[in-house]
Design a binder for this molecule. Structure first.
Ligand code: PLP
Length: 370
């Protein structure tokens, strides 16, 4: 298989898997237990938290283990609303459903939500955020980079505005962990997810700045300083820390060079292809629309050739709804429907890029001929 869908998930790194295995076999203890098996597991959790805190540039007490990017976003939004005064929420219209759906949940509880649209290139203007802030604004979410387009957002500027106006700011860093510096100084909280950087699935981290007020969502034991109950997934914590350390050290230039070759190959060889998103884009991402095609059909034809890509559309109850991200950017319905997302990773090669270019051209021609 040629895998060009790294924004969806990544294969686990072998070294990461090796580091996790002892915590599923020999050191299987519950880290809350007082016997030596428990203490060995607790040491694994402690080291993982310390390592992640160093990488974030924060204190270990500001690092909270969660089940992934979705929980991090839910906890930040709902937890901040519950702990602080105010009934108004700001989220960008291009956020992951983790934030958009959390905002809708709060809307049903009587909160008002402002959804900020990006410009045509997919960038959120900090001035729009500033204009949207009201006296009763309690929370703002604008992601560090979008998962569909890879477009990088002005987190620092938005963070400064929120800080000045006393608004809790959450930056979803799920797509940027290991690629961009962590925005520890600019935000109230940010979240990452281990399976996006060659770590295990079902594990993530929520950074919460010391002094920020946030309520817990998961009540239970005293884990995570009493703010998130549940036995810690020790092996995943160990794996996440190592995967993050490797991701931060990794050189993303090779991925960017391959992606650039791929994009120029598409634009040179396939007529009626348009890149979606502008400004600064993550090294892995290429979101392209193809005139006269349906993105889903391209996906299926490539899949038949053993090539994995994705579209931004969401499939629920048998119906496909168009990408809310590309729609919010103001792209035409045809352009939204014909979009395909290619996201490259550390194991992709030049030969794979060439093969995808060949098969993609053939797929587009086949669809247009029908
Ligand atoms: N936020 C963004 C930007 C994402 O891309 C994703 C996953 O696709 C998530 C949140 C959700 O992360 P998880 O799969 O860990 O729940």
């Amino acid at each position: 298989m040629i895998y060009f869908d790294h924004a969806s998930t990544t294969p686990i790194d072998c070294e990461v898997l090796e580091a996790m295995l002892p915590y599923m076999k020999d050191n299987f203890g519950n880290p809350s237990s007082q016997h030596s098996a428990g203490r060995a597991a607790a040491a694994g959790v402690l080291n993982a938290r310390d390592k992640i805190a160093k990488l974030f540039g924060c204190k270990p007490e500001e690092v909270f283990f969660v089940s992934g990017g979705t929980e991090a976003g839910n906890w930040a939004l709902k937890g901040a609303c519950l702990a602080n005064e105010g009934r108004h929420i700001i989220v960008s219209a291009i956020e992951h459903p983790a934030l958009i759906e959390s905002a809708r949940d709060m809307e049903r509880q009587g909160y008002e939500v402002t959804y900020i649209k990006p410009d045509k290139s997919g960038v959120i203007d900090p001035a729009d955020v500033e204009r949207a802030i009201r006296a009763d604004t309690v929370f703002c979410a604008v992601m560090a980079a979008n998962n569909e387009t890879g477009v990088i957002q002005p987190v620092e500027k938005i963070g400064n505005i929120c800080k000045e106006r006393g608004v809790f700011y959450y930056a979803d860093c799920v797509q940027t962990a290991g690629v961009l510096p962590f925005p520890t100084a600019s935000v109230g909280a940010f979240g990452i997810s281990a399976h996006k950087f060659y770590g295990p699935k079902g594990f993530g981290v929520l950074y919460i700045k010391d002094g920020e007020k946030i309520s817990r969502l998961i009540s239970g034991g005293k884990q995570e300083r009493g703010l998130r109950g549940g036995t810690t997934n020790v092996a995943a914590a160990v794996g996440c820390a190592l995967a993050l350390e490797k991701a931060v050290k990794a050189d993303n230039k090779k991925i960017a060079a391959l992606r650039d070759k791929f994009v120029s190959g598409v634009l040179e060889n396939i007529e009626g292809a348009h890149v979606n998103g502008g400004g600064e884009i993550l090294p892995s991402h290429a979101n392209v629309s193809f005139d006269g095609c349906d993105g889903e059909n391209i996906l299926f034809l490539l899949d038949l050739k053993g090539i994995a890509v994705s579209t931004g559309s969401a499939c629920s109850a048998g119906a496909v709804s168009p990408s809310h991200v590309l729609s919010a950017m103001g792209l035409s319905a045809e352009r939204v429907k014909s979009a395909v997302r290619f996201t490259l990773g550390k194991n992709n090669t030049q030969a794979e890029v060439e093969e995808v270019l060949r098969e993609l051209k053939a797929a587009v021609e086949k669809i247009r001929a029908v």
